[in-house]
Design a binder for this molecule. Structure first.
Ligand SMILES: *Cc1c(COP(=O)(O)O)cnc(C)c1O
Length: 478
């Protein structure tokens, strides 16, 4: 399709402004641009068609199956959008005085209460804008805690090798050195290896459970005990709470600080860069360090409070407020019982799909899994030359989004599948048939799969070329 600049014609436009009825004020030449600004000149009709055409080229949850493991691309109830669009939530200004936004403060406070209940934490801040931002904030809390106790030898954060890539990155940004520990064959933390690396210099451990290979680490109580014994704190990466919410709580597994991804588990659509929300929850011992301002209430009145020991602000104002509104709507519409049912369905769907595929697709870890499972195509690659990438691209021709590829990094030729709780049995059955058909093709006509996709707007991309010679902006003809 044409780019918007290629649709442009000089003199076209869609602005209808009344004649100017004030005196013109000539700008000082130093403020005036020397060259014409490149803007497309295009009629409203053509703009509308342009973006509709673009939208048709994109694939979203509303188009079809989207099993992007570790990302939770689920269907998000429209009622959340309706509530977030209410004028009282949408039209406020962040600098409005407290007494005029009591309802909004109550939303944040109630969301804090509900999500603390779900996670077993004591306090929560909604400032961080995404998961990685939440991790960074959580690590600053750990840092502030050790510093307040003048315990300055603690320079290391332990991260298992199965962790999401943001974990070591956040720990490094927070000024820690990262100690990576290997996982056992079933994907859990190797306790002997853990024992070897912990000590007086351990600031903490970052972990997710279920871990990034979709398995629940049964030794979790032992692990958090080991870290606490040496004076460290335990961080829970709660980006994907789908499998466990309403069933077990990180707080009860010994975790001191967590983040959630409201844009994954708690029903804000994501992709394309935001907005997201990565609230940080913590136990009482870290609460005084949470970002300013915290929202408190007294006799039914809500107010903002600056805490002296706070790590300070990590984002302007209240964080992405409307994402919090969606999360609260989601939690309140589900209620305690159905939050649990949601988690059960996420796990059931993943296990059902895994079972229906495992005779063809080799699984990296024996089930049962939690809310996602990992396929390894190492053998297929060796025998037929068909890679995880080829399979993923072939799936595109069936109108479904491929699973996450080449993650977690400890699995070769990995495909990580997360069907989510919102897919019906019929959809999963259909998708299973597609997966099976693609596998047959891989065995019978492996060369054909190197060319896939052939039915999409854009075919197989030259990924090496794109990485070596990236074209990041439109080049105008002079
Ligand atoms: C998605 C994810 C993150 C990062 O979240 P962002 O919002 O993308 O920054 C961190 N950890 C895990 C396990 C995740 O799945």
């Amino acid at each position: 399709m044409n780019l918007i600049f290629e649709r442009s014609h000089t003199g076209r436009g869609c602005e209808i402004l009344p004649p100017c009825d004030v005196n013109e004020y000539p700008l000082d030449t130093k403020f005036v641009r020397e060259k014409e600004l490149h803007l497309p000149e295009i009629s409203e009709n053509d703009i509308s068609r342009h973006y509709t055409e673009l939208a048709k080229h994109a694939h979203g949850v509303n188009d079809g199956f989207y099993p992007l493991g570790s990302c939770t691309m689920k269907y998000n109830p429209k009622v959340n959008e309706e509530v977030a669009a209410l004028p009282g939530f949408r039209n406020i200004h962040p600098l409005q005085p407290e007494h005029t936004i009591q309802g909004c403060l109550e939303v944040i406070s109630l969301a804090e209460h509900c999500l603390c209940e779900v996670t077993g934490m004591d306090r929560m801040s909604f400032q961080p804008a995404a998961g990685a931002h939440g991790e960074f904030t959580g690590l600053l809390l750990i840092r502030a805690y050790h510093e307040a106790r003048k315990d300055t030898k603690r320079t290391k954060i332990i991260v298992p090798d199965s962790a999401h890539g943001t974990n070591p990155a956040s720990a490094t940004m927070a000024g820690y050195s990262v100690i990576s520990i290997p996982s056992t064959k079933d994907g859990s933390v190797d306790l002997d290896k853990l024992k070897e690396v912990i000590g007086e210099d351990t600031a903490g451990l970052m972990l997710t459970n279920p871990n990034t290979v979709g398995m629940f680490d049964k030794n979790i109580m032992k692990i958090s005990e080991m870290i606490h014994e040496v004076g460290g704190l335990v961080y829970y990466d709660g980006a994907n709470l789908n499998a466990i919410m309403g069933i077990v709580r990180p707080g009860d597994m010994g975790f001191d600080v967590i983040h959630l991804n409201l844009h994954k588990t708690f029903s804000t659509p994501h992709g394309g860069g935001g907005p997201g929300s990565g609230p940080v929850g913590c136990k009482e011992l870290l609460a005084e360090f949470l970002p300013n301002d915290s929202i408190e209430s007294k006799e039914g009145t809500f107010y903002l409070e600056k805490k002296e020991q706070s790590i300070g602000r990590v984002k302007e104002f209240y964080g992405n407020f409307l994402v919090v509104v969606r999360a609260l709507t989601y939690v309140l519409t589900l209620g305690k019982c159905r939050i649990k049912e949601t988690a059960e369905n996420a796990v059931l769907n993943a296990n059902y799909m895994m079972k229906r595929l495992e005779d063809l697709y080799p699984m990296a870890f024996a089930g049962p899994c939690m809310h996602e499972f990992v396929i390894t195509l190492e053998e297929l690659k060796k025998e037929k030359g068909v890679s995880a990438l080829d399979i993923a691209k072939a799936l595109l021709d069936y109108g479904i989004h491929p699973p996450t590829m080449y993650f977690p990094m400890i699995v070769h030729e990995a495909l990580m599948v997360e069907p989510t709780e919102t897919e019906s049995k019929e959809t999963i059955d259909q998708v299973v048939e597609i997966f099976r058909e693609v596998y047959q093709k891989a065995l019978e006509t492996p060369e054909a799969l190197h060319l896939a996709p052939v039915k999409t707007a854009v075919g197989r991309l030259d990924e090496v070329g794109a990485a070596r010679n990236p074209k990041l902006r439109y080049v105008f003809e002079e």
